[in-house]
Design a binder for this molecule. Sequence first.
Ligand code: NAD
Length: 493
Amino acid sequence: MTTAQPRHLLDGSHRRMFIGGAWVEAASGQTMETRNPANGVVIATVPRAGKKDIERAVAAARNAFDGPWSRFKPHERQKLLLRIAELFERHWEEICVSDTTDMGLPIARARGNANRVLGMLRYYAGMATALHGQTIDNSLPGDIVSYTRKEPIGVVGAIIPWNAPTAASVWKIGPALATGCTVVLKPSEEAPLTPLLIAELMAEAGVPDGVVNIVTGTGTEAGAPLAEHMGVDKIVFTGSTATGQSIVRASAGNLKRVSLELGGKSPVIVCTDADLERAVPVAAMSVFANSGQICIAGSRLFVARQIHDEFVARLAAYAAGLRIGNGIDPETEIGPLISPRQLQRVEGYLRAGSEEGARLVVGGTRLSQGALAAGNFVAPTVFAGVSDTMRIAREEIFGPVISALPFDTLDEVVRRANDTPYGLAAGVFTRDLSTAHQLSRRLQAGSVWVNTYHAIDPAVPFGGYKMSGYGREGGTDHLDEYLNTKGVFIRID
Ligand code: NAD
C-alpha cells in the first residue's frame, strides 16, 4: 500500500472545528498547536474552544435533534452509516496517515485496524433498523395494553483521549447515528486532527448539520463545560480514572447519564502448560503495541514459577528485536509516546521500578540516538523481580513497560490479579480447558481473553469492572446506552 497524499497537508496549516455544519473558529479567536510526537514538529493549529463554543455546539446539536434529524427513518440512518463506512474505506489511508502523524501510531498498525473500524460502522448500520421495544403482558385490572418504546436519549457529549482517535470517535458517533441522537465530540488536545477529518467525511456522506459537532480544546476549557452542560443528556467518556471521577461530579447538575471507559492495570496469566510460541509475542504486544498507550495493556504479567525465567528471557529477546521509529515508516513496530510530558511520566516509572528493587531485564531508557532524539521514544521495557506492592505493579503507566511477577497456584494468582482498583481486561494462556473456564469466571474484568489478547468486536460488549468504569461499548448493551426506555399503557376496553 502506498502512502496517499493526505487531504490536509499536516504541514502546520490551520484547521477549523466543525459546529452546526460549518467550519468555525473559537469565539475567543484562540488557537493551539498539535505536534508530531515522532519529531516534535508542529503539524497544525486548531481552535482552542471554550465555554461559548460548547454552548454553540450544544445548541446546534439540540436544534438538529429536535428538527430534521428526528424525522430520519431507521433505514435512512442505516443508509447514512453505510455511506460513511464506504467513505472511510475510500479514505482509509488518509485516516491512517492522520493518526500516525498526530499521535504516533505505527502506520502498519493503523492500516490493520481497517476491518475493526469499518466493521463497527457497519454493525451500527445494521442496528439502526433493529432497535425495538417489547410488548409486555401486565396484571392490571381492565384491558390495558402495555409496551415499551426505545427512544434516543438526545444530545450526547463525547470526550475521548488521544491514544485511538479513529476508533474512539467511531465508537462514540456510530451508536448516536444508529439511535437518532446527536453528538458534540471533544477530542483530546493532544490528537485533534483525525476527528476533524472524520467530521469532513461524515458531512460528505450527508450527515445533517448539527448532528455531529467536533469541538477542539483542552479538558478544563472545553471538556469540563461540556460535562457540566445542562443541555447535554448524556456523556460518553474515555480517558483516565481521575478525569472520569470529575465527569461524574460534573454530571450532577442535571443528572445526565454517564458511561465511562477508564484506565486499567490488566493482568496476563501464563500457566505452566501455555503454548509459549504464541504467548510470548501476544503478551509482549499486549503492552508494547501503541507504545503501551493502551487502556487494556496487560502490564502485570503473572508467569508460573516453573517457566518464569525462560518466559522472561524469551520476552526480553522479543522486546529487544522490535523496530522502533517514526510510525510513518511501514517497517516501524513501535512509535513514540504522545508528548514530552508523557515521556517524563514514563521515565519516572522506569526510575521508580529500579529504586523499588525490581530487576531491569531489557529497555529501561529513553531512546535518543539520531532522529529519535527529536521524538518521545522509550525502549520496550521488562522488569522482573517485581512485587505486588511496587508502583510499577499497581499504577497505570501508559508506556511500554511490563512487570513480570512469578506465581505458584491458581488460587493465589486469582487473588493477586484481582487485587487492584481496576478491572478492564485480563489475559490467560493455558491449554487446559478447565483452567481457562475457571480463570475466565474468577477474574474481575470486563474482558477476558484466553490464548489471545486485544480481541475487540463490534458485536461484543467491552467495558470495565470497578474503577475501570461503567457502561459498555459494542453489542446491544452499547445501543442501550444511547436510548431511553419508555413504558406505555393504553386502556382498550
Ligand atoms: P485524560 O483523562 O487526561 O483525557 C481524556 C479526555 O478528557 C481528553 O479529551 C481531555 O481533554 C479530557 N478532559 C481532561 N480533563 C477534563 C475535565 N476536567 N472535564 C472534562 N474533560 C476533561 O486521559 P488521556 O491522558 O488523554 O488518556 C489516557 C487515559 O485514557 C488512560 O488512563 C487510559 O487507560 C484511558 N483510556 C481508556 C480506554 C478504555 O476504553 N477504557 C481507552 C483508551 C484510553
